[in-house]
Design a protein around this ligand. Structure first.
Ligand code: HEM
Length: 146
């Protein structure tokens, strides 16, 4: 994947201004609420009975933060996202058995949450760079399934 200087600076700047503790939980909660079948992987997380339960579940919030920190690694290794996620791809496929379609769903939820937070600052140029970035992440995470 080839990144332009402008794409690199957009991605770095989006993530440097992101409040992980706020955005991570919001993105994961949205995914679990809007695509309820994704809840099946979090059977050990306790109460996920409805939207309120999901949004107030501390284990879900903590995991949302962990996922964003996982994305951070891609931001810091933009030229080698595949290798960066080799291990995480094995974990999600062989151990967790997460259907790889779900990576895109979570990535879309993250885009929506970030867009909502940035408002008009989320220009089409920023959106294009962000979508490209998450597409590469989704492909790298799904690599083990290919
Ligand atoms: C665990 C990242 C998507 C389900 C993890 C971990 C990270 C991570 C960093 C922790 C690994 C460890 O403990 O060593 C990501 C990223 C994603 C993604 C960057 C895509 C943007 C998903 C999706 C699902 C999922 C879509 C399911 C719908 C899980 C589960 C665990 C996990 C069940 C284990 C949780 C636990 O041990 O409590 N993920 N993940 N992940 N992920 Fe993902």
């Amino acid at each position: 994947v080839v990144w332009s200087e402008s794409e690199r600076s957009i991605i770095t700047s989006i993530f440097s201004s992101l409040d992980y503790d706020d955005i991570g939980p919001k993105a994961l909660c949205r995914c679990l609420i809007v695509y309820p079948w994704t809840q099946r992987y979090f059977g050990g997380y306790g109460n996920l009975y409805n939207a309120t339960a999901i949004k107030t579940n501390p284990l879900i919030a903590a995991h949302g933060i962990k996922v964003l920190h996982g994305l951070d690694r891609a931001v810091k290794n933009m030229d080698d996202i595949k290798a960066t996620y080799a291990e995480l791809s094995v974990l999600h496929s062989e151990k967790l058995h997460v259907d790889p379609d779900n990576f895109r769903l979570l990535a879309d939820c993250l885009a929506i949450v970030i867009a909502a937070q940035m408002g008009t600052a989320f220009t089409s140029e920023i959106q294009a760079a962000f979508q490209k970035f998450v597409a590469v992440v989704v492909s790298a995470l799904g690599r083990q399934y290919h």
